[in-house]
Design a protein around this ligand. Structure first.
Ligand code: GLU
Length: 561
């Protein structure tokens, strides 16, 4: 192995570490390298060993140091990455007027918002920020069966957390008279009719492309039935208003769909009428009256976009420009409101912010910043292809935000109390944040007895106690004994000593770390208790949000490595 290969590997690994803001695994670096340079495959074994050493060295640097080093050694590798970063973003919109765009985020208040909703919220927000204009939060609450007082609160608090630039809030339940008036217009124009058929009968007729007997009622009779419908002379299920489309349309879903219905129960928390518009009608009327220029919605609304075209055409309105983004699956995380609700009721989940859920409340509790969710969603973009949501991307987006600011602490999981022999008392002063040395240091006083992660104690192994010294572990019948083994970092490197976090016996506060895989009991630095609601980095463990603090213990929620 010559010096050139080492240099080459060093630069390559360093570039990787800078690019991902993380120390990569040797296997990953090697895989990528061999992919790009198949001619190096015969050297895979030697490179692998060398990479192990190099990555350990790189692991000792903080992210600023890595960047500076790469800048010195190979500035061309640094530029590549930054250039790429500047190019990311969503494609420009067409049909943007002088005043910018008018767009909307239109959730139903049927439960808390989850990651899926954040995509619509942030994609729209992206364009409002880019072009200026208006961003309307439209609360689509015309289905009394899905609306409760609690749901409004959940929705508003989630929207606030998202931090989107909302200019107006519109409640559809405040606009019932508008829908009634446009409904009446459509009936008067002969574009809609009152249908009193049994719904089963209508479905059969529709499926065989046959008109129902109500379709040819005259306008006067339709208007009189409409008045009776509004006056409460019909029961739920007895009557509906249908748009006259094309009864032999190849897609049965387009045939004379319903636009108003009666819902008697449960009562709506915000309005008293019994007649409610269905979403295709209220959405079409609102998108037009509120002046939407562009609509970004999920692919599951493609059929609705087509249905709504009938309404636009009757009124002679021009449709906005639509984008339908593909489906996004989020692993096996539960997103359905009813399933979450059932899980909370049965005690399977602790609440809407249970760490196992994909709600924004759960994401917030784990210490993800809304900005990270925004970046991850803009990264996913507006394409129609179905995708799997990548948690790793969200972790990376969040890490880019919290890494520069999060204070560092030691958290020792599954702690084992150990005595270190052969060394006198010391004071260790690890940096509060290696990215920002001005923040200073913390003070950990070593007086002989310390807590160490039990899993790191292996007979014969050398450990490098972070910011302290090396120790050698020996296992005997009485447990482990640890002996001071010098201060030299070089020696630790040569021995491939694991660097471990530790805590003085008298400076250890019980800490429960909640992770999706269970709770890890450990001890942390007492100063962690000053970080309530903030994200910290537990060195070598990962980033976590401090969720609650008492005199005697701390509870933290794990975000990511
Ligand atoms: N309220 C609908 C939803 O949350 C969105 C309506 C639309 O994009 O037209 O799926």
């Amino acid at each position: 192995m010559n010096g050139d290969s080492r240099d080459f590997l060093y630069k390559y690994a360093l570039q990787n570490a800078v690019m991902h803001n993380n120390v990569p695994k040797a296997g990953a670096v090697l895989g990528a390298l061999m992919g790009k340079h198949p001619e190096l495959r015969p050297h895979a074994r030697e490179y692998s060993a060398l990479l192990g050493e190099i990555l350990a060295e790189i692991g000792e640097m903080n992210s600023d140091e890595r960047r500076t080093r790469l800048e010195e050694l190979a500035p061309e590798l640094l530029e590549k990455k930054e250039k790429k970063k500047r190019e990311t973003g969503l494609r420009p919109l067409e049909n943007v007027g002088e005043e910018g765009v008018v767009m909307r985020f239109a959730p139903n208040p049927s439960g808390p918002l989850h990651l899926g909703h954040s995509r619509a919220a942030y994609l729209n927000d992206y364009y409002i920020r880019k072009y200026g204009g208006k961003y309307i939060l439209r609360i689509e609450d015309t289905d009394p069966k899905r609306v409760t007082e609690e749901n409004y609160q959940l929705l508003l608090s989630d929207v606030e957390w998202l931090g989107i630039e909302v200019s107006d809030i519109v409640y559809q339940s405040d606009r019932m008279d508008i829908y009634y008036s446009y409904g009446e217009k459509l009936i008067s124009m002969g574009g809609a009719y009152l249908c009193t058929c049994d719904s089963e009968l209508f479905r059969e007729l529709k499926n065989s492309k046959q008109e129902c007997p109500c379709r040819n009622r005259g306008v006067e009779e339709n208007l009189s039935l409409w008045k009776d419908m509004l006056a409460g002379k019909f029961e739920e299920g007895q009557i509906t208003v249908r748009v006259k489309t094309n009864i032999s349309h190849p897609d049965p879903a387009m045939r004379d769909f319903s636009i108003f219905r009666i819902v008697a129960n449960p009562p709506h928390p915000r309005c008293d009428g019994l007649v409610y518009p269905l979403m295709n009608f209220s959405v079409a009327v609102d998108d037009h009256l509120l002046g939407m220029t562009h609509v970004i919605r999920g692919k599951d609304h493609i059929a609705n976009t087509r249905r709504q075209k009938y309404i636009y055409d009757y009124f002679g309105w021009e449709q906005p420009t639509y984008f339908h983004y593909g489906r996004m699956s989020i692993g096996d995380i539960v997103l359905s409101t009813s399933a979450m609700k059932a899980g909370i009721a049965s005690g399977e989940y602790t609440g809407w912010d249970d760490i196992h859920l994909g709600t924004l409340k759960a994401i917030a509790r784990r210490g993800f910043s809304p900005e990270a969710v925004r970046n991850a969603m803009v990264d996913i973009g507006i394409g129609q292809t179905d995708i799997n949501f990548s948690w790793d991307n969200l972790y990376a987006a969040n890490k880019a935000i919290v890494d520069p600011i999060a204070n560092r602490y030691f958290f020792v999981p599954n702690p084992e109390l150990c005595h270190i022999s052969g060394v006198s008392d010391r004071i260790a002063t690890p940096l509060i944040n290696p990215n920002d040395e001005a923040k200073g240091t913390r003070t950990l006083t070593f007086t002989g007895d310390i807590f160490l992660p039990r899993d790191e104690l292996v007979d014969g192994r050398m450990l490098r106690l972070k910011d302290l010294f090396n120790v050698r572990v020996t296992k005997s019948d009485d447990g482990f004994s640890l002996e001071y083994s010098g201060d030299s970092l070089d020696e630790a490197r040569t021995e491939h000593a694991q660097i471990v976090q530790w805590l003085p016996k008298d400076m250890a506060m019980p800490c429960m770390l909640h992770t999706p895989d269970g709770i890890i009991a450990g001890v942390c630095e007492p100063d962690v208790s000053t970080e309530l609601n903030r994200v910290v980095q537990f060195e070598r463990v990962g980033f976590a949000r401090i969720d609650s603090v008492s005199e005697t213990n701390v509870s933290a929620y794990f975000a990511h490595k």
